[in-house]
Design a protein around this ligand. Structure first.
Ligand SMILES: Nc1nc2c(ncn2[C@@H]2O[C@H](COP(=O)(O)OP(=O)(O)OP(=O)(O)O)[C@@H](O)[C@H]2O)c(=O)[nH]1
Ligand SMILES: [Mg+2]
Ligand SMILES: [Zn+2]
Length: 311
């Protein structure tokens, strides 16, 4: 029997095999990678990621990936503090959603900004989803309001939701319609719970928050795409502690803070780093309230960083 090459999308990489969705039949097929496939990209630990478009040859009950098509984009993070290698989180992503909670676990704005800079660097539109609003105290609501103000000012949508009550979930489902969407964030913020809220038939495993640390327990262990009943394609992902920035030079960091970059055009010096220079339009905008001090602080911290620090 002649085998014929088919096109598909990688839905999951488990370490031992890839699960590929056959474009023609819509079926998921376990695949291995052809030994002949040259993987040039030795800088990454996983040359094929969820979202990759591939050509594969089906055999009796598995398949062999023969080719990876060029990516529209990918999102990548450093594997660990010391590692030179990086890990591709996902490829061909249309939208990224950073899921956060005000508490349990507590959000750090520097973490949010690192994620947003990464998305800007890879030209992936990003939004912030604030989950678990069902249990917020007045103090937590105040912090939510501040986060909404800071990120609206930077040009990012902030969507408060509750996977538990369903508040805001309809709007989130609409946002994911017809697009490949990455749900990322710390362990325990409710990424899997939100996908379940969007489509209860998916029944993804969720896990409790530890009583002591008030952090998640790393329930989800693989990146995996789920097709939802409302027509979205959502990548559930393992909780991340932080982002080591890759592919971002110190001098261009400012390009990935959109509101800083807008003001930077008016700085007195061309090579202004927006740290100490006279006539800096960015510092002036921070002083007069046009740029949120939280965002400027993140910019300074990330500049000071060695560029590859894993948080
Ligand atoms: N009160 C409340 N609890 C929620 C909500 N969403 C999720 N949770 C709880 O938060 C805990 C963590 O939820 P998960 O969906 O497993 O979190 P995750 O982000 O997928 O975590 P990892 O897979 O470990 O990265 C579970 O106990 C959920 O029931 C919500 O909207 N409100
Ligand atoms: Mg999960
Ligand atoms: Zn400046």
């Amino acid at each position: 029997m002649l085998s014929k090459s088919q096109k598909g999308i990688v839905y999951k990489h488990t370490g031992s095999h890839y699960l590929v969705k056959d474009e023609a039949s819509g079926h998921l097929l376990p695949c291995t990678v052809s030994g002949k496939l040259r993987l040039h990209d030795s800088q990454t630990t996983n040359p094929i990621a969820a979202g990759d478009r591939v050509q594969f040859e089906p055999t009796a009950n598995a398949g062999v990936i023969k080719e990876i098509y060029a990516r529209k984009n990918y999102i990548i993070r450093r594997s660990s503090n010391l590692s030179k290698q990086a890990h591709i989180i996902a490829a061909n992503v249309d939208k990224a959603f950073l899921i956060i909670t005000i508490e349990f676990p507590r959000v750090s704005l520097e973490f949010v900004d690192r994620f947003l800079v990464t998305c800007e660097a890879y030209a992936i539109p990003a939004s912030i989803v604030v989950n678990k609003i069902d249990g917020y105290t007045d103090g937590m609501r105040q912090r939510l309001a501040r986060i909404e103000a800071v990120y609206a000012g930077a040009g990012y949508a902030v969507l408060p939701v509750s996977a538990k009550t369903g508040a805001g979930v309809g709007r989130l489902a609409d946002e994911t319609h017809g697009a490949l969407c990455l749900f990322a964030g710390q362990s325990g913020v409710g990424k899997s719970s939100l996908i379940n809220a969007i489509d209860p038939s998916l029944r993804l495993r969720t896990g409790p928050i530890s009583d002591y640390h008030r952090k998640g327990m790393h329930t989800t262990t693989f990146y995996e795409i789920f097709d939802t009943a409302s027509g979205g394609h959502i990548i559930d992902s393992p909780g991340i502690k932080g982002f080591g920035l890759i592919d971002v030079e110190k001098a261009e960091l400012c390009h990935f803070f959109p509101e800083l970059f807008r003001h930077a055009a008016h700085c007195k010096f061309n090579m202004c780093t927006h740290t100490h220079e006279p006539g800096c339009a960015v510092k002036a905008a921070v002083a007069n309230g046009q740029i949120a001090p939280e965002r400027y602080t993140s910019y300074l911290k990330m500049r000071d960083d060695d560029g590859g620090k894993y948080r």
